[in-house]
Design a protein around this ligand. Structure first.
Ligand SMILES: [Zn+2]
Ligand SMILES: [Zn+2]
Length: 323
């Protein structure tokens, strides 16, 4: 996917892409669209690169290594003023998209509020993990600390693995339930206990496959039936975290007795704030995130379709597309 050479207008920058990662959100966009992202567009939103040209007034210069959050909150709307910039009412009017390309032009809004310089020593591939990692940082900030507690994660993709790497050393035990043996092996090497499902997690499969109750249960599947069944897996007083997006109108069906008499909380998490993104970049720069766990393959940009096959059929976590 290539677009004509973009030139930076006032406040904009053009970035030569050095690494762009596959993400389930791109795959979801291809399959069913996204309530917050308009079509048509070039795919790709997890990336890093080198500033090629900066428009008038942009606070970057050619040659700087950068990555970017997907949105820049406005700072002025109700949610922004309430400290919930991830819910900014206008941020998704100008999202970062289109990094499956040789170069990408970033709007002045993104340049002002989303683009970040790479700390020295941070690789392009590691820096491209900023967006998913910030989402997980945000999600875990939505739930009580799990100090010593037990965690169940439904799904075994990169988001599950990022949860595992952030919960490592904090949670007592993290259990991951999913279908793909290559991914489960990676998660075991990270210290997680794994439960192998015969196929993608379904509402019926996960209950019998996983025994016990957990202080924190995280849904990374975005399947309303799976999420509904997970309510039964939470300890009294514990939390079900809905990480993955679901289509508008999707309904959960759960035993309300558990939510009232047993104070099981159901908490959603969407996107991230600039503070979450800063924390994610600090974690990446500090070597806290094992990049090789998340970027498990590399392909030239022209093979973007094959890269999605690697992810959806081959058990790869993420594939880096290199222009
Ligand atoms: Zn993503
Ligand atoms: Zn706002």
């Amino acid at each position: 996917m290539e677009r004509p050479d973009p030139a930076p207008g006032p406040g904009e920058i053009v970035v030569e892409v050095r690494a762009a990662l596959t993400c389930g959100t791109d795959l979801k966009l291809l399959r069913r669209g996204h309530p917050k992202i308009p079509f048509p567009l070039t795919l790709g939103h997890e990336f890093s690169g080198v500033v090629e040209a900066a428009g008038a007034g942009a606070p970057f210069v050619a040659g700087e290594r950068v990555t970017s959050a997907v949105t820049a909150p406005c700072g002025a709307c109700g949610p922004c003023r309430a400290g919930r910039a991830n819910l900014c009412q206008t941020a998704f009017e100008e999202p970062l998209w289109g990094t499956f390309a040789d170069r990408v032009r970033l709007s002045s809004r993104l340049v002002r509020g989303a683009v970040r310089r790479l700390p020295g020593g941070l690789s392009f591939e590691a820096a491209a993990l900023l967006d998913p990692l910030a989402s997980v940082v945000h999600a875990l900030s939505r739930v009580p600390p799990v100090a010593g507690g037990t965690v169940l994660i439904a799904g075994c993709g990169p988001i599950a693995a990022m949860n595992v790497s952030l919960l490592r050393g904090k949670a007592g035990e993290v259990t991951v339930a999913g279908p793909e043996p290559p991914r489960l092996l990676i998660l075991e090497e990270m210290g997680a206990r794994t439960v192998r499902l015969d196929e993608a997690p379904s509402g019926e499969a996960i209950g019998p496959a996983v025994s016990g109750l957990f202080d924190l249960v995280v849904d990374t599947t975005g399947d309303p039936q799976v999420a509904s069944s997970l309510v039964a897996k939470v300890v009294p007083g514990g939390t079900l975290l809905l990480f993955a997006g679901m289509p508008g109108g999707a309904a959960l069906s759960a035993d309300a007795y558990r939510i009232h008499y047993e104070e099981v909380s159901v908490v959603g998490s969407f996107h991230y704030t600039p503070t979450d993104a800063d924390r994610a970049l600090t974690l990446l720069a500090g070597g806290r995130i094992p990049v090789e766990v998340f970027v498990t393959g590399r392909r030239p940009l022209s093979e973007w379709a094959e890269a999605f096959d690697d992810v959806s059929r081959g058990g790869a976590m993420k594939v880096a597309l290199i222009p």
